[in-house]
Design a protein around this ligand. Sequence first.
Ligand SMILES: [Zn+2]
Length: 261
Amino acid sequence: MTPEARASDRDHHRVLGLKSDASPEMIRAAYVRLIKKWHPDVNPAPRAHARFQRVTEAYRALTVADADDADWHAPEQRELDTGQVALAPLRCDRCGDLALQPRHIRFPIIVSALVYSWRRYDAGNFCPDCARKEALRASLITGLLGWWSVQGPFRVPKAILRNARGGEVDFERSLRLIYHNLLAYRHDGEGKVTAELGHLIKTSRQSLSLEASLIIASLPRHEPPATDGPDPWSPRLIQTLQHLLCGAFAPLTALFVAQML
Ligand SMILES: [Zn+2]
């Protein structure tokens, strides 16, 4: 270690209120105590943000040297902090475009043959547009192939309604996807997008909301993101009608043909 590095290490220790021989446990305990005290969400003092940043920087500087001591960090974040792995923003499984707020969704598909019905799932991480298309595709297959067994008429309407409502969303997993994007965009210096995604995770009040608010607070310019934009995931009435049509088309055609005979 160079003399300069040793001197700045002493500064980092001082910011955390520790002596230079403090153990990793002591460093972590001091860090947790201080971020609770200075976090801008709990401390309205004007200097709180600057203090919070200094504490975070000092802690990072002291722990990055020994990555094993930072195991409480989310793995993605630790990799970023040590600069070893740069995360790429996630892409939609279907169209391959960057998906800012991807969701992990599965869409039930029913296929029937006389005495039995099979349910399988079409699953993936989708952007809102592709999720709508996948849902419709699942309903179309279900509507064409799902009715034709004893169980079919019971299972098909359920599956169609579920797809019309946007499929079965794994919200916990989706939040992790958004958190992944948040880390990737923060790494790329995209402060506005990072703040937007952080805000989204924070307001979900699920796991990771503390991590998200810590990241928002550590951004260079701490501006609250605009929240009045349209939600790309909000359901549309036309979708429900399309799904009902997909479901009803085959049996109605069959009835029509039967009457003609
Ligand atoms: Zn897509």
